[in-house]
Design a protein around this ligand. Structure first.
Ligand code: ZN
Length: 181
């Protein structure tokens, strides 16, 4: 994805919908962590193409990095406190657990890798197998600009849906907290 914030739509939506099992804040934050790899190539610190520098844009390495990121979020206490504070600021019913954070980190990067696989030719989701079946699959039917356009549109639709779901969660928890007459 050209700009990481596009990923906030799908990750925000799924993070909110499945917040019982995955940490929504870590799930979204994992999408920023994975793109550090792209930054490295952007500053010409590596000769590899943008998504192959450390193989974080793969299900294998990405899953491990995401899981470790989730564990670090739990283990480093100030980070955990910050994430809890963000959860509370979002006004969603939120309890941090180590399992939810590890799962949030790993699945957050997996979702990112799958979206990037459709969008970018150079992502190797199934690395060490050096191919990208998800990109090829669509390019057989549509042109590359069309595929990219629809990925971006889908991400924006997810962002709007995430906002609707967030409003609904906040309204519902407010109703629950209201003292009954
Ligand atoms: Zn990416």
């Amino acid at each position: 994805m050209p700009i990481t914030p596009y990923h906030f739509g799908p990750s925000g939506l799924l993070g909110l919908l499945f917040r019982r099992w995955i940490d929504p804040v870590v799930f979204v934050a994992a999408n920023i962590v994975v793109d550090v790899e792209v930054l490295v190539s952007f500053f010409r610190l590596s000769n590899e193409t943008a998504h192959r520098v450390w193989h974080v844009h793969t299900l294998l390495i990405g899953g491990i990095v995401g899981g470790l990121f989730g564990l670090a979020c739990w283990d480093i206490r100030p980070v955990r406190r910050l994430i809890e504070r963000i959860g509370r600021a979002l006004r969603i019913p939120y309890t941090a657990t180590v399992g939810k954070m590890i799962l949030g980190g790993a699945l957050g990067i997996w979702l990112h890798v799958l979206i990037d696989s459709v969008y970018h030719y150079d992502v190797q989701p199934l690395w060490p197998w050096p191919y990208n079946p998800f990109h090829r699959m669509w390019i057989g039917f549509y042109s590359e600009p069309q595929v990219r356009h629809w990925v971006r549109v889908s991400c924006l639709v997810c962002l709007v849906a995430a906002m609707v779901v967030w409003r609904w969660i906040v309204a519902r928890s407010r109703r629950r907290l209201k003292p009954r007459p």
